[in-house]
Design a protein around this ligand. Structure first.
Ligand SMILES: Nc1ncnc2c1ncn2[C@@H]1O[C@H](COP(=O)(O)OP(=O)(O)OP(=O)(O)O)[C@@H](O)[C@H]1O
Length: 248
C-alpha cells in the first residue's frame, strides 16, 4: 500500500543542502498499523509530506496505493486520509458539520454514502454534541476527533497520522486510540502513525519503524525493538538508547 524505494528529499538552505530524508526504503502492506518514530528533525514530517504529494522526492521513488503522490495528488486524495495533529484541516469559523459538507463536495462523495459514513463516525467518535459548533469553539480533544472524522469521511484505504494525540488528556487519548484500533481492525484501513507518545506505539502498533538523520535506523516488530535493549528496559529507555546511538 505504501512503497518507498531509496527515496530522498533535500532542501537548499542558503549555500547548504539539508538532507531531510535519504535513501529511505520500506513497504507497508494493506491493513498494517505501523508506528513511525524518530527524534525531532529526523525526517518524519518530510516523509509524510512525500506520501501525500505535498513534497516531491529529490531522489528515489514513492508510491501510495500504486500512485506517484506528487504527480497524482488529486487521484491519491481519494485513497488517503491525513491528519496533522498540530494543524487543523477544518474551517475555523464554520460549524463542524459544514466543514464536513464542504469536504463531501471537495471529494465528490455520494450523498447517501456520506450520510451513512457521517452517522457512523459521529457515533464512534462521539461528535453528536458539537456537530453544530464552530471549530474555533471546540476543545483540542473535540477538534482532533473532528479532524479524524474529516480525514475518514471519504473512506480512504490509507490513513497517515502526524501526532494525532498531541496535547490530549488521558481519556481523550484512550478514546482516539480505541477508535483507530477499530478503524484498522474492522475496516482494514492501513495506518502509518507518527508520534512522540510512546503510549500510542505500545497500545497500537505491532510494527515500528524508526528514522534518524533521514535514514531508517530500525524496522521490525515492537518485540524486536524491545529486544535491542537489556531485559526489563522500558520502551522509553529502548527508544532513548536508539535516539542517542548507544545501542548502535
Ligand atoms: N522546507 C524546508 N526547508 C529546509 N529544511 C527543511 C524543510 N523542511 C524540513 N527541513 C529540515 O529537514 C529535517 C527534517 O525535518 P522534519 O520536519 O521532516 O523532521 P521531523 O522528524 O518531522 O521532526 P519533528 O519531530 O521535530 O516534527 C530538519 O533538519 C528540518 O530542519
Amino acid at each position: 500500500m505504501i512503497e518507498l524505494d531509496r527515496a530522498g528529499r533535500s532542501f537548499k538552505v542558503k549555500r547548504n543542502v539539508v538532507h531531510a530524508v535519504r535513501d529511505l526504503s520500506f513497504t507497508v502492506s494493506a491493513g498494517e498499523f505501523v508506528g513511525y518514530l524518530g527524534p525531532n528533525g529526523a525526517g518524519k514530517s518530510t516523509t509524510i509530506k512525500m506520501l501525500c504529494g505535498i513534497l516531491t522526492p529529490t531522489s528515489g521513488r514513492v508510491r501510495v496505493a500504486g500512485l506517484d503522490p506528487s504527480r497524482r495528488r488529486t487521484t491519491l486524495a481519494r485513497r488517503i486520509g491525513v491528519v496533522f495533529g498540530q494543524r487543523t484541516t477544518l474551517w475555523w469559523d464554520l460549524p463542524l458539520r459544514d466543514s464536513f459538507e464542504l469536504i463531501r463536495h471537495l471529494y465528490r462523495v455520494d450523498r447517501a454514502a456520506f450520510a451513512a459514513r457521517l452517522d457512523e463516525l459521529t457515533e464512534t467518535l462521539d461528535l453528536g454534541e458539537f456537530l453544530r459548533t464552530p471549530v474555533r469553539q471546540l476543545s483540542l480533544g473535540q477538534r482532533m476527533r473532528g479532524d479524524l472524522a474529516a480525514a475518514l469521511l471519504h473512506a480512504p484505504d490509507v490513513l497517515v497520522l502526524d501526532e494525532p494525540t498531541i496535547g490530549l488528556d488521558v481519556v481523550s487519548k484512550a478514546s482516539i486510540r480505541e477508535f483507530l484500533l477499530r478503524q484498522n481492525a474492522e475496516r482494514g484501513t492501513t495506518v502509518l502513525l507518527t508520534t512522540h507518545d510512546l503510549g500510542d506505539i505500545e497500545r497500537l502498533c505491532r510494527r515500528v519503524m524508526l528514522i534518524d538523520h533521514g535514514r531508517l535506523a530500525f524496522d521490525g516488530t515492537l518485540d524486536d525493538l524491545m529486544a535491542t535493549a537489556p531485559d526489563q528496559a522500558s520502551l522509553e529507555e529502548v527508544v532513548t538508547r536508539l535516539y542517542t546511538g548507544t545501542a548502535r
